[in-house]
Write a protein that binds this ligand. Structure first.
Ligand code: BES
Ligand code: ZN
Length: 644
């Protein structure tokens, strides 16, 4: 996963605002000079913004959603704070069409777009001339066709097939593809938005949301709490609201609303348990919108409105830890935010820990340990893979992605090694002191940002130094700045999964001997089956899969997690009876976590490759750019290695 990117030319490092030749894109009939090369910020290696000198504070966004042209067009009015009296405001942008930029009342000003960075996701610096007195910068712009954050779906691709659908995915650095902004997690701003959509479309944002469609397609949004750009989110479609509890609700297409209302029925309880653990929920309302299956992630913690995949709506509430996770981000991530994407584990590790605690409260320890152990096994596999590929630095908690797409850091290390680190602290210092510490941490740093180094310092002062003997045992540096899992890694104990392990051992023997299968599955939940399918022998044959399928019928499972595991084996073992269902799964579902392992497994053989190509051709229009970026990479790699 950790693909290396080309090292930049030395010239790219040399950038001076005043001396560099400028290309005035607003005046395109002048002879073009060399485009300028902008430098990524020292404070955030994934953004061009000069936020230490001049920072954005508030956005008033006016936008029109054009479903026919598949573009957004409007104005971003930025209120800024010029801290040093600089005469430039630098924003991030990627392929945006900037029509003009004006200051304060609307006096036009000059601006420059730098040459696009070699790493495509970084886009260009948008350098705007301002004066020390400038308070508002107005950018008149439109998004290009195929802006990477935006997923436009024709009506036929939705459940109801009546209205088209649009959703955004901004994390990590895609906000700049639909809003010119200082696109790093360290910059926060409040916002309002005035959005115009066609009639019969409901529009929601990561803000205070309407619960009914407007008559005229116009919507006004307010987000009073300051948020970083990666939490900017917009969704528009034929959506309906259902209240779950006093402060919780769901949005879904009408066809799915009943199912979603049942699936997420425990949301209000989760919210209350979360508050009891780590303090008041600071965002007033917590809703979830279920998107079409093209959504590339399981969930996205957009403030006040989590975006979720429909693949967790399975009818038995078995995959709702996703809601606990996204809800937990309302503290870890949205309230206290990783300063850069190299500190990503501060967002995700804390969130998985918090998620586990919510699940334990709602479903009990036996259940939450099962979830933890399934993730742990996945983590071990990923660590082994990184080590095999010579990328053990990718298994540090603190990352060092310089001029690399932060998406490269999106691995289970941040999530599950991060989780284990916090669990180790809990087990070493005791749950009560650790909970008090975490609660205080969220409170003290609310609406702020956090670097790994600042966290380590805070941890030391507020927890570790209370007992220096215990402190020694924590091996903090091994956890954060070293590869793999340190010696004091917590042990996850699940008698439920121990039992499945035993059954799986018997099953494997039985298959070898060609005896009939008998497995005692009494009392199994989806998670026992997930464990079983995830841990089938890596060299399982198609014949053996057929026998398992005859007994368990995994090919027709209604649980996406089980299907994800099963199709991975089917693809590798060339188990034909699964192909039809596997193909329809791959064409319908755009969740990258499922797609990547199945396509990878297909790319293990020449005939699998041909099958994968054919499926990808059909499926690609249903995938978001985040997913196609990864999958294109897999195909390219295969094709390079198998040239003849
Ligand atoms: N914030 C992440 C998703 C994300 C991370 C998007 C980095 C883009 C870049 C979200 O909270 C998340 O972790 N989602 C998980 C689900 C979760 C239950 C582990 C996912 O989508 O699988
Ligand atoms: Zn997360």
């Amino acid at each position: 996963m950790f693909k290396k990117i080309a090292v930049l030319f030395m010239a790219a490092q040399l950038y001076s605002c005043s001396n560099a030749p400028k290309q005035d894109v607003s005046n395109s009939n002048l002879p073009k000079s060399e485009p300028i090369v902008a430098k990524l910020s020292e404070h955030d290696p994934h953004s061009f913004a000069n936020s230490k000198e001049c920072t954005v504070k508030h956005l008033d966004w006016e936008i029109n959603i054009d479903f026919n042209a598949k573009i957004l067009k409007g104005v971003a009015h930025w209120k800024i704070e010029n801290k040093t009296g600089t005469n430039q405001l630098i924003l991030d942008s990627r392929n945006l069409e900037i029509e003009k930029v004006t200051l304060n009342g609307e006096a036009e000003t000059e601006f420059t777009l730098s040459a696009p960075h070699q790493v495509e996701v970084f886009g260009s610096a948008l350098i705007i001339n301002i004066t020390p007195e400038t308070q508002v910068v107005n950018i008149h712009y439109s998004t290009p066709k195929n802006a990477a954050a935006l997923m436009w779906l024709e009506a036929e691709k939705t459940n109801g097939k009546r209205q088209p659908f649009l959703f955004t995915q901004s994390q990590a650095v895609l906000a700049r593809t639909w809003i010119p902004c200082q696109d790093g997690p360290g910059v926060r701003f409040s916002y309002t938005a005035d959005v115009t959509a066609p009639k019969d479309i409901l529009v929601c944002m990561s803000a205070e949301n309407p619960q009914k469609k407007s008559e005229d397609g116009k919507y006004h949004f307010e987000m009073h709490q300051p948020v970083p750009s990666y939490l900017m989110a917009l969704v528009a479609g034929d959506l309906e609201f259902r209240s779950i509890g006093q402060r919780t609700g769901i949005y879904a297409e009408p066809e799915m609303a009943d199912a979603v209302e049942y699936e997420f029925g425990l949301m209000q309880q989760m919210l209350e348990k979360a508050e009891a653990l780590y303090g008041k929920y600071r965002w007033e309302q917590y809703d979830v919108v279920v998107l079409p299956p093209s959504f590339p992630f399981g969930g996205m913690e957009n403030p006040r409105l989590t975006f979720a995949t429909p693949t967790v709506v399975v009818g038995d509430r078995s995959l709702t830890s996703l809601i606990a996770h996204e809800l937990a981000h309302s503290w870890s991530g949205n309230l206290v935010t990783n300063a850069t994407w190299n500190d990503f584990w501060l967002n995700e590790g804390f969130t998985v820990y918090f998620e586990q605690r919510i699940m334990e409260e709602v479903y009990g320890r036996d259940y939450s340990e099962m979830l933890a152990l399934n993730s742990y096994n996945g983590l071990l596999e990923e660590i082994a893979e990184f080590e095999q590929d010579g990328h053990s630095e990718a298994t540090h908690l603190k990352l060092n992605l310089k001029e690399e797409d932060p998406d490269e850091g999106l691995t289970s290390i941040a999530y599950d090694k991060g989780y284990l680190f916090l669990r180790m602290l809990e087990e070493t210092y005791g749950r009560e002191p650790f909970d008090a510490f975490l609660k205080e941490y969220f409170n003290t740093h609310a609406f702020g940002v956090m670097t790994t180094e600042e966290f380590v310092e805070y941890l030391d002062k507020n927890l570790l130094s209370s007992n220096t003997e215990l402190k020694e045992k924590c091996l903090i540096n091994d956890w954060i700045y070293s590869p793999g899992l340190p010696a004091n890694c917590p042990v996850i104990k699940s008698t439920k999964l121990d039992n499945v392990k035993k059954e799986l051992g018997i099953l494997t023997e039985v298959l070898k001997m060609n005896y009939p299968i008998i497995t005692d599955t009494t009392g199994w939940s989806a998670h026992e089956y997930i464990y079983l399918t995830a841990n089938l022998p890596k060299d399982i044959s198609a014949d053996q899969m057929a026998k398992i399928d005859a007994y368990f019928n995994f090919t027709n499972s209604s649980n996406s997690e089980i299907l994800g595991q099963w199709f991975k084996h089917a693809a590798r073992a060339r188990y034909k009876d699964s192909y039809a269902n596997m193909e329809s799964f791959l064409v319908r579902v755009g969740r990258r976590k499922f797609l990547t392992p199945i396509y990878k497994a297909l790319l293990n053989s020449p005939e699998g490759y041909l099958q994968a190509k054919e499926i990808y051709l059909k499926a690609k229009p249903n995938y978001h750019a985040v997913a196609t970026e990864t999958l294109d990479g897999l195909f390219e790699e295969y094709e390079k290695e198998n040239k003849d």
